[in-house]
Design a protein around this ligand. Sequence first.
Ligand code: 5GP
Ligand code: MG
Length: 178
Amino acid sequence: MLRDIERVLLTGEQISERIKSIAEELKKEYEHKNPLILCILKGSFIFAADLVRELDFPCTVEFICASSYGKSTVSGDLIIKNDIDFKVAGRHVIIAEDILDTGRTLKHIMDIISAEKPASLKLCTLLDKPERREQEIKADIIGFEIPNEFVVGYGLDYAEKYRNLRFVGVLKKDVYSG
Ligand code: 5GP
Ligand code: MG
């Protein structure tokens, strides 16, 4: 697994430090609002799990399973695999996403959530690749801005692999173009 990684972009320690500061930022605004942390599966499961454990105030957690078709390094057609069977109306929603790339996934999800009339809606993404943006969408909180390279680890996959790496690394090109 490790030999498929070209280089480490963010170490586990760097990520965990950044998540602590994001949690402090969220506390200022949400401490008394019982926010709903919306984890976008699968890629965000580790980020959301680490983030909520840094929050020392009440919150709830829900999940949306979004996926683009196939084993691909480009964003394909998006499908949402589960119903939104939790109440969004009147809630302060914070979307926890792994990576904002073209913005298509988040645009779609934010439109769906907005339609449910939350009291507020914020987007918190661990990684942002601004170079590739197609949709006009800006995250309210960004963990790290990264260059336009395909990364894996810390929840992010290629063909469902590498999610269990503790760090975020650039995948060797010959792994997906070979
Ligand atoms: P967007 O819709 O913003 O183009 O893409 C967002 C989704 O594409 C992410 O949630 C993720 O699943 C996937 N994605 C985009 N860039 C990368 C990347 O560098 N690595 C991995 N593993 N997935 C990515
Ligand atoms: Mg994702």
